[in-house]
Ligand binder design. Structure first.
Ligand SMILES: [Zn+2]
Ligand SMILES: [Zn+2]
Length: 183
């Protein structure tokens, strides 16, 4: 697996210098909240590292496709992700964090001048993931009684579509009262 650790070249320590990087992140599976995701193919990424005076700004994009189980029907739900890679690393002894930056918005460049892009790339992917993954927006889920996938059609436990709107099962002994009008 390609290392995503970049050793910052000496020339990048001059203000306004910039370098571009690109590669692939081969990650076969990862967890996000309660969901286990897989990526059949490596995620592709590109990033530029720019010296903004006292700090290195990392910005780029990551693209790929990830798959997890649909929260309703448990079939595969696949998502295209295209996330923004962002990082801000202060150069020790050179710069201070801008006043408008919260403490969790920047880091300090490690003493060995090596930046690991993997956590930045993963963070960019995570923000693109749904809180509740669905195979499609109107996924009907599985029948709680027989376990049938209702996307493939109604199962025997479900009343016909014509009865669906009022939720009354035709087998209910009171179903006959449904059309009853009381004046
Ligand atoms: Zn589904
Ligand atoms: Zn059923």
């Amino acid at each position: 697996m390609d290392s995503l650790v970049i050793e910052i070249p000496a020339e990048l320590f001059a203000p306004a210098e910039s370098s571009s990087y690109a590669g692939e992140l081969a990650i076969s599976s990862f967890e996000f909240g309660p969901d286990e995701y897989r990526a059949a193919r490596p995620l592709s990424w590109n990033a530029s590292i720019t010296n903004v005076g006292g700090a290195l700004l990392v910005s780029g994009t990551v693209k790929g496709q990830v798959t997890t189980a649909c929260a309703r029907c448990l079939e595969d739900a696949t998502f295209d992700v295209e996330g923004e890679i962002e990082g801000y690393f202060l150069i020790e002894g050179e710069g201070e964090a801008p006043d408008d930056m919260e403490e969790d918005e920047f880091d300090v460049l490690p003493e060995d001048n090596k930046l690991d892009l993997e956590p930045l790339i993963l963070a960019a992917v995570y923000v693109e993931l749904p809180l509740i993954p669905l195979c499609r927006e109107d996924c009907k889920g599985i029948c709680p009684t027989c376990g049938a996938n209702l996307n493939e059609g109604p199962c025997d436990c479900v009343p016909d579509a014509s009865d669906e709107d009022d939720g009354i099962n035709p087998n209910n002994p009171f179903a006959a009262l449904k059309g009853l009008k009381l004046d």
